[in-house]
Design a protein. Structure first.
Length: 141
């Protein structure tokens, strides 16, 4: 009986994380298993996957998508994220320039301003929404 169980386990191809090689798809908006437009992996998604793989040991390794029903909601959230990111960066640059001028061109105020810009950029990631893979993105990869 043990031999049969071993054979059935060996017949399934496992990836390096111990999961079955066929990736499950999950919609990033509703969380259901559906078909849709694939999400483009970027440094933020890679960082989250690294954290889940190495720190929490709980990586599911799903293929992330946006289903057709959730696309309008995704588009609204993605546009909001882009606008917030630009707004926070511009705000950080303005504050850095004002801080640098107000401190009589002190180099430490410029350094503080760059830290402020970094903080505001990280603050914009609270509403993070990844890009979707398009035909142009797939062709360049």
């Amino acid at each position: 009986m043990k031999n049969k169980n071993l054979k059935s386990k060996n017949n399934k191809k496992m990836n390096k994380y111990g999961n079955a090689s066929k990736k499950q798809t999950r919609c990033i908006i509703c969380g259901e298993e559906k078909q849709g437009i694939e999400v483009e992996n970027d440094w933020i998604i890679d960082s989250i996957r690294w954290f889940k793989r190495n720190i929490t040991k709980n990586e599911k390794n799903y293929k992330l998508i946006v289903c057709q029903n959730c696309y309008p909601k995704y588009q609204k959230q993605y546009n909001s994220f882009k606008n917030k990111r630009i707004f926070y960066l511009v705000l950080g640059v303005i504050f850095t320039a004002l801080l640098f001028i107000a401190s009589s061109f002190n180099i430490f105020s410029l350094l503080s301003g760059f830290i402020l810009i970094l903080f505001l950029y990280l603050l914009s990631l609270l509403s993070y929404m990844p890009k979707l893979k398009t035909k142009e993105n797939v062709a360049t990869s």
